[in-house]
Design a protein. Structure first.
Length: 214
């Protein structure tokens, strides 16, 4: 399933690995001036263009550079966070099915947006598995701004039948004092959450749902 573990964000990353990824990072950066000049609507429309290119036979690797550049620009516009070059490298490695080791605070949540968006272009759904419901709701609600901006839907599943879709126009009742990243989850059916382009959840719920369905 995974090829190898890469300690990209520790001192163990080899110069050879970094050098091999540097051309991709540079290619992503080349899109930046063009994308910055686009309106929000024009940037969002790029998602449909990339999906069409995939349907016409281009591979995800063919789309990677522009897709990552789109996510970087959308993130900057919606969250104020811009992916560092080393985070772009991490996104490439995750897309290539490597396990990337990162320390706390080095941006795992942000790095994950890159391969999530890219693989969601297939219209087959992408799952992000985390360790507890709080992180699933927090990270999905936080990064949901990016995906919603780019025209993708985001769902979340949790224990006790909890499931919801990210909706920036919806605010959970009584949520005034909560973390803003947690309040825009509109309740939905389990099936609707799974039909989202990207679904956040915890491993036990994904596993139990699979067993229930089979």
């Amino acid at each position: 399933m995974f090829k190898k573990i890469v300690s990209l964000f520790t001192g163990d990353a080899t110069e050879k690995l970094v050098n091999s990824l540097s051309p991709l990072v540079a290619a992503v950066a080349e899109y930046e001036p063009e994308l910055k000049s686009l309106s929000d609507e024009e940037l969002r429309a790029k998602t449909a263009v990339l999906k069409e290119r995939y349907e016409q036979g281009e591979s995800l690797d063919d789309l990677l550079e522009e897709a990552f550049a789109l996510v970087r620009e959308a993130s900057l516009r919606t969250t104020g966070l811009r992916h560092y070059d080393v985070q772009i490298m991490g996104g490439v490695l995750l897309h290539r099915r490597n396990v990337v080791e990162m320390r706390t605070g080095e941006g795992k949540t942000l790095v994950a947006t890159l391969p999530l968006y890219l693989n969601a272009l297939t219209n087959q759904g992408v799952h992000l598995v985390t360790v507890n419901e709080y992180l699933a709701r927090r990270d999905g609600g936080w990064m949901g701004k990016i995906f919603h901006f780019l025209g993708l839907t985001v769902g979340v599943i949790g224990p006790l039948g909890f499931s919801a879709l990210y909706d920036p126009d919806y605010v959970n009742p009584g949520a005034e004092l909560e973390d803003e990243r947690l309040v825009h989850w509109r309740p939905c059916t389990r099936q609707q959450a799974y039909k989202a382009d990207i679904t956040y959840g915890i491993s036990s719920e994904f596993g139990f749902d699979y067993l229930r369905d089979n």
